[in-house]
Design a protein around this ligand. Sequence first.
Ligand SMILES: Cc1cc2nc3c(=O)[nH]c(=O)nc-3n(C[C@H](O)[C@H](O)[C@H](O)COP(=O)(O)O)c2cc1C
Length: 347
Amino acid sequence: MSSDTIAQQQAPRLRLAGSGQGVDLLPPVVLAPMAGITDLPFRRVVAGFGAGLVVSEMVASQEMAQARPSARARGRAELGLTEARTAVQLAGRDPHWMAEAARIAADGGAQIIDINMGCPAKKVVGGLSGSALMRAPDHALRLIEAVAGAVDVPVTLKTRLGWDDAQRNADDLARRAVDAGVCMVTIHGRTRCQFYKGAADWAAIGAVVRAVPVPVLANGDIRGPEDARAALSASGAAGVMIGRGAQGRPWLPAQVAAALYGTPAPTVPRGAALVELVAAHHEAMLSFYGRDPGLRVARKHLGWYAEAAGGAPGPRRALLTAKDPARVHALLPAALEPAPTAAAAAA
Ligand SMILES: Cc1cc2nc3c(=O)[nH]c(=O)nc-3n(C[C@H](O)[C@H](O)[C@H](O)COP(=O)(O)O)c2cc1C
């Protein structure tokens, strides 16, 4: 299938059906959940550029459901449940707590509940959550049924190709998940045992696309419009999910959507506009986390912005070691200025 055919054949609006009203996914280009990264400030920046959907960091269902009312209210505010185009991702092993957490999230305004069955971390897998559930499909199904039965908003699933190469069961799991009420599936094109090694296998995602009647999103290693076209072409997926590629480039999902589906192209900020964007994101992180924790969390985003801008190492180092917000802002123009290329320097 040529890339032009994809652009013409794929309807950019996907309807995610819950037992209630359902949600339109437009465009079908989604920011991936990333623990420690896709917090509310970052999701707001990405959604502001025009991503079709942004997904929260994974939330531990039992902790959420057992939190005291005051902590629960704070948690709800931090999750930004009522923000437009936001899905809340839940992780856990116990159908009861997953259902409780889903109910709390939906009552608090969440429009989509995503179930994490892809996290490879030992801490999570050891607890029979995340990608460990791929090895226990009957248990995984009980969990999905519990969540789908608890809420009337759309319930989606994010998983990998399988546990390892010998157990690539995402198609079977997805089929059963859809029977249990899941209305969209995202597949990261790696197995659990690959963690993040090797290249994402976009063609293998096609087995899931062919197995289920609901939209499938292809995920893994999509860092620009050409990757997105190739992932769609290889998999036949209905859309894409982008994670690490959006670090330091929060406009990327909107840029990919514009290239693929002709949605309005974002203006990619450069120079003073980029400085303004990063300064505003920085301030949002400081007010969200508080000054000192905010400065720590912000550092990785500042590093990604400087890297994406092609800033020179010296100003970047100065930026990343600055200890007060005014100094960070003063250093932004130099750190975000593209370093002269070797060719330009030689000319
Ligand atoms: C730092 C980090 C944190 C992540 N946290 C989550 C998470 O909370 N839930 C989840 O389903 N996937 C998580 N992922 C996986 C991503 O959502 C995505 O599947 C993976 O990074 C591959 O996509 P990419 O190549 O576009 O980054 C995480 C990935 C990274 C790098």
